[in-house]
Design a protein around this ligand. Structure first.
Ligand code: FES
Length: 185
């Protein structure tokens, strides 16, 4: 993969302001009522389809995740530049992160596998919910008792080595909606 991917912390005021705006838009469009964070990737190439291996991005530190196993929402934002131009940052999607009892972290793409709506989180007991066609998903991402989605939520790869160092790096990727198979696009 030729993408040059690295993390950038939102240090400068302009960047912080952009992230705050982007996050409020996403939070306002879903039923999520949980804390929201963001990860920013810098791509030295055009934004590409995640089918080419996804975008590896640091979303947070392990310590930032709730100890009780509740998921936390992170927006994935990418900015790109080429030899002449730096383009504005653009939201690519979002991810639920959960820390398990054994310290492992699991990640789910919030895009519903049925038709791509944003899935929200209700509670640990009720799990995740997609309002578009009223589908439920359990806390582990599997299909709930009422669910028209052909598969459970799409898990994303979490870098185990970085996790040992206390950082949560995820390979963000989108998958084809409406089919049983989990197929990267
Ligand atoms: S898009 Fe989620 S249930 Fe249809």
């Amino acid at each position: 993969m030729t993408q040059d991917m690295n993390e950038q912390q939102p240090d400068d005021p302009e960047r912080r302001e952009f992230l705050a705006k982007a996050i409020s838009v996403v939070a306002g469009g879903t039923i999520v009522s949980i804390p929201v964070g963001a990860g920013l990737a810098t791509l030295v190439s055009p934004l590409r389809g995640e089918g080419q291996g996804g975008i590896k991005i640091r979303l947070t530190s392990v310590d930032d995740l709730p100890e009780d196993g509740s998921p936390k929402l992170y927006q994935v934002v990418a900015e790109r530049s080429d030899a002449w131009t730096k383009y504005p940052a653009k939201p690519l999607g979002s991810v639920f992160l959960r820390k398990l009892e054994d310290g492992e972290v699991v990640a789910f793409n919030t895009s519903c596998p049925h038709a791509g709506c944003s899935v929200g989180f209700r509670s640990k007991e009720e799990g995740y919910y997609c309002p578009c066609h009223e589908s439920k998903f359990l806390l582990d991402g599997s299909r709930g008792d009422v669910c028209v989605s052909p598969r459970g939520l799409d898990s994303l790869e979490v870098d185990k080595d970085r996790l040992k160092e206390g950082d949560v790096w995820v390979t963000f990727q989108n998958f084809a909606a409406g089919i049983e198979e989990k197929k990267a696009i």
